[in-house]
Design a protein around this ligand. Structure first.
Ligand code: SF4
Length: 379
């Protein structure tokens, strides 16, 4: 039986961060119980499918209270889990206690992802985070103490008021804590967030500084023994996030909860984002799917390239042939030739991957892997 990854979305946060455009909501605690009950119905529908990884994300999953976490635990007990399962939960500093961590361990969670972002309290305040550095430290140490031996720390660069030295300092402090995994994203100011109105371009580090920050994280983490395996992700040897690799390898995953996306047997679909409407739809109809797209061959080839080239080791040419019954050069010959000749893409040992320079302009390069429908007809 083919395995699938499972993503469980928890849309609650204690407070909305000022830059956040994720489907998460503050001041909605009264919906938690109904939400988890609906989630349990959706989880039950997975039946006997073999689950290879679970990722509980959000939102702030560790903001859930003990009572609802117990309901969630019960519904997960019914699943057919792989013996080697990687089971991650995202948590924010200050939202978990020893009691909650104990329950999560009993639930089978074996990987924790903690959102720190920066070690300077003034930056955390600007981001609208609920925690300061000390709160993070207490939470991190508590998790270690409770036996969590696979921890990711989320960091951000390109923040208003952040300079290279502050970023270096963040990296030094965090590496001293010896986490197994680091995710380092540059801030993107999205329209519609309070950040968009609060800060203009002059308040943010310029493009060259942001690119220097990115180079710094790559150099620094590589010196400290972390392997970069994706544009923004670094881990100790063998501790890459298996769940995220499912996305980048264009493998099956099922997302449950409000706003959750799925990709299963070539079909992409998405749940209702509004929490109340999600609960209602699941309770009444057993499904909250509001959008469904049957991927065409071209969609799948594009996604395979788009997602696969995010990985440092890129994509396998042989796998492309096996999956799509096509020679990659007959589909992407022009784009590969163009970026290979200017050193942005490397073709080696039957794999295709972006060079360091290519990674820096990956958005630009990847846009050339969109297939014009007229092109595919010609091949
Ligand atoms: S904790 Fe995460 S999901 Fe919640 S508001 Fe902040 S950035 Fe968004």
């Amino acid at each position: 039986m083919e395995e699938t990854a499972l993503y469980i979305h928890i849309p609650f946060c204690k407070q909305k961060c000022l830059y956040c455009d994720f489907p998460s909501f503050a001041n909605s605690e009264e919906l938690m119980t109904d939400y988890i009950r609906a989630l349990s119905i959706e989880i039950r529908k997975l039946g006997n499918k073999k689950i290879s990884t679970i990722f509980i994300g959000g939102g702030t999953p560790t903001y859930l209270n003990l009572e609802v976490l117990k309901i969630l635990k019960k519904s997960l007990e019914e699943l057919n889990l792989s013996k080697e399962i990687e089971f991650t939960i995202e948590g924010n500093p200050g939202t978990f206690t020893r009691e909650k961590l104990k329950l999560l361990k009993d639930m089978g969670v074996n990987r924790l992802s903690i959102g720190l972002q920066a070690v300077q309290d003034e930056l955390l305040e600007k981001l609208g985070r609920i925690h300061d550095f000390n709160t993070f430290l207490n939470s991190y140490n508590m998790a270690r103490d409770m036996g969590f031996n696979n921890i990711n720390v989320d960091l951000m660069f390109g923040l208003p008021g952040q300079d290279i030295e502050m970023w270096r300092h963040t990296l030094e402090i965090v590496i001293n804590l010896n986490p197994e995994h680091l995710s380092c994203y540059s801030l993107i100011v999205e329209k519609g967030t309070p950040f968009f109105n609060l800060y203009s371009e002059e308040d943010l580090p310029d493009e060259d500084t942001v690119s220097e920050m990115y180079s710094l994280v790559k150099e620094f983490l590589s010196e400290k023994g972390y392997l970069q395996y994706e544009i923004s992700n670094f881990s100790k040897n063998g501790l890459e996030c298996k769940h995220n690799l499912v996305y980048w390898n264009l493998k099956n995953y099922i997302g449950v909860g409000s706003g959750a996306h799925s990709y299963y047997d070539g079909i992409r679909y998405r749940n209702e984002i509004n929490v109340k409407r999600y609960v209602e739809a699941i309770t009444k109809a057993g499904s909250a799917v509001v959008e469904l797209h049957n991927n065409t061959l071209e969609d799948n080839m594009e996604e395979f390239m788009f997602l696969g080239l995010r990985k440092i080791k890129g994509i396998s040419i042989e796998e492309f042939r096996q999956r799509f019954k096509k020679d990659i050069f007959s589909v992407y010959g022009d784009a590969i030739k163009k970026y290979k000749s200017n050193g942005m893409i490397i073709l080696e040992k039957n794999r295709l991957y972006l060079s360091s320079r290519g990674i820096e302009i990956s958005n630009y390069i990847l846009s050339d892997f969109i297939i014009e429908s007229s092109e595919i007809g010609k091949k």
